[in-house]
Write a protein that binds this ligand. Sequence first.
Ligand code: HEC
Length: 163
Amino acid sequence: MSRHAFSFLKPLVSALLISSCATAAQAGDGETIFLNNCAACHGMDAEGIPGVAPMLQNEMLWKTLDERAIDYIAGVVTSGLSGKIQVNGKSFNGVMPPQTHLSSKELAAVTNYVLQKVNRSSVTVDIAHIERARQTPLTYARLYALRTGEITLAQAGKAAAQD
Ligand code: HEC
């Protein structure tokens, strides 16, 4: 009887184990990618490094951007960002290179790490968002307009196509 019950449970238990491992691996990947590719400029805890790069731990910004956070962060990591930027009263005018050495899957994992783990945001960046952003590289001015909420990625892309 108990053996019978166990053989019924076995596939269920392994399915649960597999799914929890997959979730842990995904979260871990985003963090590892962050530490290896972003932390040198943005700090280990995304707290920013004065004079180098702004904090990414900025719940107010990502909360205000809401769904636009997806387009903005996908745009920054694929196009890079260089120009004047005000982050919580601090001025930056640095150069963030486009992260072309990372795959779309890695960029989705690392941007989700920044949004969800660092900033407790509930929005999700899909690989498709990253690929769409790669196809329409955006200038600093367009990215900044996305950040301040003046335009959407669709509008920015349309404008970029007309350049
Ligand atoms: C070589 C240093 C460097 C690296 C590496 C780097 N960044 Fe940046 N990042 C910057 C700088 C500098 C800025 C600000 C650019 C400016 O002044 O216009 C920035 C800006 C940003 C912003 C915009 C922040 C805001 O408040 O609008 C995001 C998001 C971002 N980086 C994410 C990342 C992620 C994710 C990675 C890793 C995949 C990464 N960066 C790697 C230097 C870097």
